[in-house]
Unconditional design. Structure first.
Length: 114
């Protein structure tokens, strides 16, 4: 038995699938690097295990801090602009992570990424 409250029209299904794939690829990228993050991050100049933990955890902290304000912004200005800005910041943070030369730059980049 299906519940018709959760069905999408053809015009709604396309954007839902695209956004779902974007989010899934983003999460896949995060979880693929999870096992090697600490081994990679300690190679930066000045890196210690606690700073590596900060670099890893700051992503989740910024995501949790900005969920409610960005939900409010999404209600006020619409999903698309907020989603676009969020994905642009994530891309900028990801690029910055790749270009980081020390652990402190990596921490800042992970903050932007979150």
């Amino acid at each position: 038995m299906t519940d018709s409250r959760y069905s999408f029209t053809r015009s709604e299904a396309g954007p839902v699938i695209v956004v779902s794939l974007i989010v899934a690829l983003r999460l896949l990228g995060i979880f693929l690097m999870l096992p090697i993050f600490s081994a990679y991050a300690v190679r930066y100049p000045g890196a210690t295990l606690p700073l590596t933990g900060v670099a890893f955890g700051i992503y989740a902290l910024t995501q949790s801090l900005f969920q409610i304000p960005l939900g409010w912004a999404s209600d006020r200005w619409g999903r698309k602009p907020v989603l676009f800005v969020g994905l642009a910041l994530f891309a900028l943070g990801s690029l910055s992570c790749g270009l980081a030369n020390n652990i402190f730059q990596l921490i800042i980049a992970r903050t932007i990424q979150g």
